[in-house]
Ligand binder design. Structure first.
Ligand code: NAD
Ligand code: WQD
Length: 333
């Protein structure tokens, strides 16, 4: 049985592929390298001690997908490929809708043609509405997204639900990731944003490396314990392990299942900076700046359902994630 992984050269996908290979699964991976580098594939093979078929292609290429699904006995799909920059999605909405929606629909079509029944989708905590109580459970309200990226995730979830409803015996898992951070402990795989990072961890790591002069703390007057925003940061290797648990879940369930992948623990921006400084011994210059538009004061996952039904929970700490990120960052500078 073989798992088809889209976006497997990306930040999260590369960790997912390593975890799958280490757990003895066979994989076929595709990526168009629009936001990743070719060298990642060789590194994954080196770390996992195994090779696997890789295709450089756009997932929207239906003929290309057809050839892959004809050649391998694909049992399940993990669909990570997509565009993910919130700010860019506001300035380039059509690119986001075209890429994220079309890739999902073309994949579902290939799945239908080749009688593949199992699908895991990389969704995001961004699908939850702003007016929910914390922690967010899988039943919390969704929608009211504040940017096109978020809407693409919301719409893909809906498309997959409608397809699963229409197709007999199909099993879909929607994984709503909270804030993925960290890197592979080898220091060989991690996140390397090409532009100035938007996300907190890469921004801090590049500041620590001296590439950026200081961190702007976006708002210190929120109604949170220290005034800065609180998020649920999850180590990318824990997130990857969550996909292996989801693969097992697909074996004995049909219909649509939704799971939060987070730690259940909220961390403020100032706590995050302090943890990074403690873990690395590098001090991070910072200045308080105004609030960033669209930021919620607090976002945190309920992890009960994933624990109960997937038998999965995050094991690594924020400290681990900071140590691993710093090892990776020093390697690429
Ligand atoms: P990433 O950009 O590092 O990885 C995505 C990969 O998909 C890249 O390698 C890119 O080249 C590839 N890709 C994009 N469009 C493609 C296409 N049409 N055909 C083939 N390949 C294509 O991003 P990531 O952080 O690893 O995110 C993976 C998935 O998880 C995305 O769907 C993202 O929306 C979702 N997600 C990410 C986060 C996060 O904070 N990183 C949070 C929640 C959800
Ligand atoms: C975290 C906190 C910032 C940078 C985003 C997407 C979300 C999901 C994960 C894909 C916030 C503060 C940040 C900086 C700061 N991605 N911050 N200075 O916004 O929770 O989530 O990534 O699905 O959809 O929106 O993560 O890392 O950008 O910010 O003070 O330079 O750090 O204000 O409170 P966010 P983030």
């Amino acid at each position: 049985m073989t798992i088809f992984v889209t976006g497997g050269a990306g930040y999260i996908g590369s960790h997912v592929v390593i975890e799958l290979l280490e757990q003895g699964h066979n994989v076929v991976v595709a990526d168009n390298f629009s936001n990743s580098k070719r060298g990642v594939i060789e590194r994954i093979c080196r770390l996992a001690g195994r090779e696997f078929p890789f295709y450089e292609m756009d997932i929207r290429d239906a003929d290309g997908l057809g050839r892959i699904f004809s050649e391998y006995r694909i049992d399940s799909i993990i669909h990570l490929a997509g565009l993910k920059a919130v700010g860019e999605s506001v300035s380039k909405p059509l690119e986001y809708y075209a890429n994220n929606l079309e890739s999902t629909m073309v994949l579902i079509d290939a799945m239908k043609t080749h009688n593949v029944k199992k699908f895991i989708f990389s969704s995001s905590a961004t699908v939850y509405s702003a007016d929910n109580e914390m922690p967010l459970t899988e039943e919390s309200r969704t929608g009211g997204c504040t940017n096109p990226y978020g809407w693409t995730k919301f719409m893909c979830e809906q498309i997959l639900c409608d397809y699963a409803n229409a197709a007999n015996g199909c099993a879909v898992v929607l994984l709503r990731y909270f804030n993925p951070i960290g890197a592979h402990p080898s220091g060989l795989i991690g996140e390397d944003p090409q532009d100035i990072p938007n996300n907190l961890m890469p921004y801090i790591a590049q500041t620590a490396a001296g590439r950026l002069p200081f961190l702007s703390v976006f708002g210190d007057d929120y109604d949170t314990p220290d005034g800065t925003c609180v998020r649920d940061y999850i180590h990318v290797s824990d997130l990857a392990a969550g996909h292996v648990a989801a693969i097992k879940h697909l074996d004995s369930n049909s219909g649509v299942s939704v799971f939060n992948l987070g730690t259940g623990k909220g961390v403020s921006v100032l706590e995050f900076v302090a943890a990074f400084e403690e873990a690395t011994g590098v001090s991070i210059p910072k200045k308080t700046a105004g609030r960033r538009s669209g930021d919620l004061p607090l976002q945190c996952a309920s992890t009960e359902k994933a624990k109960r039904e997937l038998g999965w929970e995050a094991k690594r700490t924020l400290y681990d994630a900071c140590v691993d990120t710093w090892r990776w960052q020093k390697g690429i500078d």
